[in-house]
Design a protein around this ligand. Structure first.
Ligand code: FAD
Ligand code: NAI
Length: 467
């Protein structure tokens, strides 16, 4: 086996494996190294995929328990948690093996081991059997991803005090679950366990859920989740945890300071964000510059300050999303191959896979206001959408923001059924620089949820027809 490559990719997640695949497609030799033992990174192993498998299964259970009778279906269902977990594990295995297959197909060598950059162009890999393999390449791509952000003074044991990794693998349904952080992980996994029977309390430092998401949507989202039985303590921080015989005693106080109180719980999920993962990589020794938050600094073309060393995905700046990592990987591989790789950061969607789903792209109304951009809004509720009625999923609305002068679409936020799929047409519209009128005048099939997007787009110019 050759030890010299055109590029060595460190990390086998969406950033790493997609870089290696694209390099292979472009005729460059690549090695993709991951220490995890299975390829696919956080996303496939402990992130996007297992969490979505559990969201899907728990949503079906909830539907069967709560909605079937209304639809005229009599059924007695009960939870088989080991089988639900086994199904999740099966899906993960199929997909991670799929990544290995794709690497092979594109002639990239998949190496299991811990990589360390010893000098520009040189990588030392500690293999699973303890041996070391020295590799050289003109280019090294750092795609080492991210790790769980820790709550000071709170030790995660992945049994009682869990991160997302423990929360997707609990062996029984906790009677009480305390979620710290009303962000994406907290609300997705909080929803899973609520549907499976836990009493879920969410403690959030800020005065709102899902910071960064359009405020109107966030407020509607919190209302829906509250109806589903999640309870929220906003503007609150966790200051300590004590393990007792019967569970956990979690001390909380107002974020601004004040009287302490205690919440008793069985399991606590720490979901307060993720931090870049660059430990033991040799970056400081080789002189790769990092910012205060530990992210690898790159220019717009993913080049670090050290020639021949590049970085993509969660370990550099920007949203920590699998498709953002993937797009950067493709662009970076193309740039290495001498092509014009590029990512349009104004058109990267973000989806929360609860029920209803929340999906956003581009600017929020608050961002446009802060930037002093004149904009128009078009909105349409799912209560007025025929398909939403037929599937009994009428919570939520579509909101489209367009430039007041040019009508160019600047952003969209959707809360509702299938929001994650619905946002795709707006992403495409934005990628093509479309106006809201372009969406409004595009034929949408009836009866579909997509008609709500069209009606919202019509609303920008005030001619929504079905309200
Ligand atoms: P990672 O996927 O983290 O991959 C990095 C890999 O590098 C890891 O496998 C690690 O083992 C390896 N590595 C690190 N250091 C070394 C080293 N020195 N040597 C060898 N290997 C090394 N995003 C979405 O877009 N949609 C979702 O639905 C979604 N759901 C999520 C749910 C959860 C619970 C979590 C935690 C995350 C979720 N994400 C989701 C975020 C998504 O997982 C990340 O944005 C994505 O995985 C980032 O890809 P990456 O390639 O940059 O890093
Ligand atoms: P997050 O950034 O989405 O949310 C963290 C929340 O915790 C914020 O609301 C924050 O204000 C709050 N918080 C921070 N410190 C706190 C404290 N001490 N006490 C109480 N609250 C505190 O981070 P999360 O949910 O951990 O997810 C990490 C990343 O993973 C996200 O940035 C997201 O990009 C990615 N992810 C994406 C998913 C998707 O696309 N569907 C699903 C899950 C994760």
């Amino acid at each position: 086996m050759a030890d010299t490559f055109d590029a060595i990719v460190i990390g086998g997640g969406p950033g790493g494996y997609n870089a290696a695949i694209r390099l292979g497609q472009l005729g460059l030799s690549a090695a993709c190294i991951d220490k995890r033992g299975a390829f696919g990174g956080t996303c496939l192993n402990v992130g996007c995929i297992p969490s979505k498998a559990l969201l899907h299964a728990s949503e079906r259970l909830h539907e069967a328990e709560n909605d079937f009778a209304r639809l005229g279906i009599k059924a007695k269902v009960s939870l088989d948690l080991p089988q639900m977990m086994a199904q999740k594990t099966k899906v993960v295995g199929e997909l991670t093996r799929g990544v290995e297959f794709l690497l092979k197909k594109n002639k990239a060598e998949a190496i299991v081991g811990e990589a360390r950059i010893t000098a520009p162009g040189k990588v030392s890999v500690r293999l699973a059997d303890g041996k070391t393999r020295e590799l050289t390449a003109k280019n090294i791509i750092i795609a080492t991803g991210s790790d769980v952000a820790q709550l000071p003074g709170v030790a995660i044991d992945e049994k009682q005090i869990v991160s997302s990794t423990g929360a997707i693998a609990l062996e029984s349904v906790p009677k009480r679950l305390l979620v710290v952080g009303a962000g994406v992980i907290g609300l997705e996994l909080g929803s899973v366990w609520r549907r499976l029977g836990s009493e879920v309390t969410v403690v959030e430092f800020l005065d709102r859920v899902t910071p960064g998401v359009d405020l109107e949507v966030s407020k509607a989202f919190q209302r829906v989740l509250t109806k589903q039985g999640l309870s929220f303590q906003l503007s609150t921080k966790v200051t300590g945890v004590e393990k007792t015989k019967s569970g956990l005693k979690v001390t909380v106080e107002p974020a601004a300071g004040g009287d302490k109180s205690v919440i008793e719980t069985d399991v606590m999920l720490v979901a307060i964000g993720r931090v870049p993962y660059t430990a033991n990589l040799g970056l400081a020794e080789v002189g790769v510059a990092m910012d205060k938050r530990g992210r690898v600094i790159t220019d717009n073309h993913y080049r670090t300050n050290v020639p021949g060393i590049w970085a993509v995905g969660d370990c550099r700046e920007g949203v920590m999303l699998a498709h953002k990592a993937e797009d950067e990987a493709v662009a970076c591989a193309e740039l290495i191959a001498g092509k014009a790789g590029h990512v349009n950061y104004d058109a990267i969607p973000s989806v929360i896979y609860t029920f209803p789903e929340v999906a956003t792209v581009g600017k929020s109304e608050e961002e446009l206001k802060a930037a002093g951009v004149a904009y128009k809004v078009g909105k349409f509720p799912f209560t007025a959408n025929a398909r939403a009625k037929t599937i009994a999923a009428t919570d939520g609305f579509v909101k489209i923001l367009a430039d007041a002068k040019t009508d160019r679409v600047l952003g969209c936020a959707i809360i509702g059924p299938e929001a994650g799929n619905l946002i795709a047409e707006v992403v495409l519209a934005m990628e093509f620089g479309a106006s809201s009128e372009d969406i409004a005048r595009t034929c949408h099939s009836h009866p579909t949820l997509t008609e709500a997007v069209r009606q919202a787009a019509m609303g920008v110019e005030g001619w929504t027809m079905q309200m």
